[in-house]
Design a protein around this ligand. Sequence first.
Ligand code: SAM
Length: 449
Amino acid sequence: MDAGPSPEAEAHALSRHYDELDRQLPVGFDGAYGPLVVPNGNGELPFHRWFHFKEAFSHHLLERVLRDSAIQTRRSITVLDPFLGVGTSLVSADNLGNAQGGVVARGYGIERNPFLASVARCKVESHRSHTPDLRQVKRRALDAVNRGRVDPAPTPGLSTFSNTSYFPRRNLVELLQLRSAIERYSDPGVPRELALLCLAASIEPSSRLRRDGRALRYEAGKEPVPALQEFARRVDVVLADLEGRPTPSRCRVLEGDGRDPQSAGLPNLRADLILFSPPYLNNIDYTEIYKLEAWFVGHLESQAEFREQRRVTLRSHPSVRFPDVYEGRQGVEREVAQVLAPLLDAVPNTKERNWRRRLITGYFDDLLLTLRRYRPLIKPSGRVVYVVGNPVHGTGAHRFVIAADILIGSLAELVGYEVEAVRVARVPARTGATLPFVRESVVFLRPTG
Ligand SMILES: C[S@@+](CC[C@H](N)C(=O)[O-])C[C@H]1O[C@@H](n2cnc3c(N)ncnc32)[C@H](O)[C@@H]1O
């Protein structure tokens, strides 16, 4: 019986495939992008600093991308971001408009996670006129909690909140009192959403948990910050930033599926730039990582909603079994198979083989579908630019790299794009030295035809 190629032969075929794609595409190292694919400096800047999102890109990325592409921004620019996160691209677009007097920056971003969408909406859609109401909510809420005039809201149904090692009792009670007070002293609308954002951003600092890569970790030695103090400080930061906002933003945030701009409610428009960083294929499950905030402020109320929220995200993590639907490759099945086959064949034959192969197939199909659906929304002179990392899967002798930067680029060429540049931004020192193609890149696509 023919046992088929050995694992070594499959691994070898994969690296030959990557070498070939790398040669065919305009790939080059560009160290200037290294600091731009991480949220360097965002924590100190107005608006960007409202919530620390480890997976954001830098506030400087947009500017650099515009400089390095031929997009004209003399009078106006329209930006789209289908995987908006906390809104870095849109806040940067607003700043660009403000900095280069006369440039009108418009934009839309789509985010699936309701908590992250709310963070982005607050940053983009709030304005100076909201400050009196927010100031009043803060004053009344703090006063009510300090005087013990408000009962704590019910503890969310997520068991993490009931663990007193994670949340000192006093901090949890204060957070829950603030939750009730915000509800009582604000009408639904922007000031309430801003106050809830400040409350959500106070949760991790007032606990002994720390977000770390793919998980929330318990740190016995961490000193939790008093919840009331943290909330008050955060509201003051938001108030200061709003006071300094020169003009209302022309950008908008949509909560929905970035893979399907129409169902998300994106109006008919033509963009100069579609700039995004999709979830990487590194098993990070955003629903899990940002679950404390989502449950606490009421975006999630049951395990069924929690599961459903995971199910509607891009197929980049194995937390749920996603449907076996592959719409992106319709009409180009053979070509897609050619691009992905060496990778799928090289997935080691361990008990994880099946889910890894399914995940890889789903991930690239989602990105292909996204690229197809946004193709009619780009101006002929426009660009699509994506930031992506090439993760390592498996352990020990079973490790293999998923070169997402060039694989997505090769797929894009099947559906109306040309890869203009693959700018390799970072190669992680340790893993990158032993495994080629482990890197983060910024890829520029030009529409063709
Ligand atoms: C790498 S992060 C983007 C970070 C963003 N560039 C920023 O600076 O904040 C990827 C985002 O995609 C979101 N996401 C996952 N599935 C999605 C979907 N189907 N539609 C829209 N957004 C989705 C995740 O919740 C996450 O916020």
